[in-house]
Design a protein around this ligand. Structure first.
Ligand SMILES: [Zn+2]
Length: 300
């Protein structure tokens, strides 16, 4: 297992999902976003055991399985490990069907479930965190609730000043190919963009992507993410000059943004469109009408 020391006690394990390892003491470790698979979780366990350490805490930046699924592999060897996640993501981690239900707008089906590995958290207690300092032993982390990418998306800064951001910011190389990222709340994203500018940290690790960012690079990436989100809002505002169904607006965005989607990605995109439209409705720029049995979105 190849770990890269970032600063002090904070290490990085690169992969499809980037994970963090924080040395809480000579004997105790915290893993941040262990990743998707049970086998990846077991690699953390093996690393700890071969170094005569224990994994005592697992910190999730949000409730999605590609960040927290590997928890099961850690719990095999460290069943007493404490799981820390944002208080709004806690309920979804404990009942993963809630995520699939809100993506689907109703009960999920086997085809949608087929895209996801069932999350095996066993009966481990999950601690829901609120914004502010989080003390584990001698170490104090800083927790930020964003709720932009997902209901419980958050950021956590280690005592060394390394910010783990999960999927709040999508790296440039992914954004250039996919311009409709999964979004739960536009306001949550704006809150995150502001916090990234006004908070002290030395380095930032995004959930995916190869580069560890300095604070100025992170702020620049936040600008790119904001531009992509606002481009989607502006496309929708242009389209609803003529009243449209949500499905028609989704087809319009797929065309304009030249997206190629599978079933799961389409539902993720539709969920993002719903979130974008809710923001425009709350801003009183768009309204909803029922006409001839169609729910239409139109400029107010
Ligand atoms: Zn995610």
């Amino acid at each position: 297992m190849k770990l890269h020391t970032l600063i002090g006690n904070t290490e990085l394990f690169r992969g499809g999902t980037n994970s963090g390892l924080y040395h809480l003491s000579d004997s105790n470790l915290a893993v941040i976003d262990p990743g998707l698979s049970e086998s990846r979780g077991r690699r953390f366990s093996e690393y700890a055991q071969s170094n005569h350490k224990r994994i005592t805490h697992l910190i999730g930046t949000h409730e999605h399985s590609d960040h927290i699924g590997a928890l099961s592999g850690i719990l095999c060897d460290f069943p007493d490990c404490h799981v820390l996640i944002d208080h709004k993501g806690k309920h979804i981690l404990e009942s993963p069907d809630i995520f699939l239900a809100y993506i689907n707008g109703g009960a999920p089906n086997h085809e949608l479930r087929g895209y996801f590995r069932p999350l095996k958290t066993r009966s481990v207690p999950v601690h829901g965190l609120s914004e502010g300092p989080v003390t584990i032993g001698e170490s104090t982390f800083e927790w930020f609730h964003f709720g932009g990418h997902s209901v419980g998306s958050a950021g956590v800064i280690t005592p060394d000043g390394v910010l783990f951001l999960g999927d709040t910011l999508i790296p440039s190389e992914i954004l250039s190919k996919f311009k409709l990222p999964l979004l739960y709340s536009v306001d949550g994203q704006y809150h995150a963009f502001n916090q990234l500018e006004n908070t002290d940290y030395e380095l930032c690790v995004t959930g995916h992507g190869k580069k560890v960012l300095t604070k100025p690079e992170c702020i620049q990436l936040a600008v790119e993410n904001r531009q992509i989100m606002e481009a989607c809002l502006n496309l929708l505002l242009g389209a609803v000059k003529t009243p449209q169904t949500k499905e028609a607006l989704m087809a319009f965005l797929i065309d304009k943004l030249t997206l190629t989607l599978n079933y799961k990605e389409y539902l993720f995109g539709m969920s993002s469109v719903s979130s974008l439209l809710s923001y425009l409705i709350d801003k009183e720029e768009v309204t909803v009408v029922l006409e001839n049995n169609h729910l239409l979105y139109k400029l107010r």
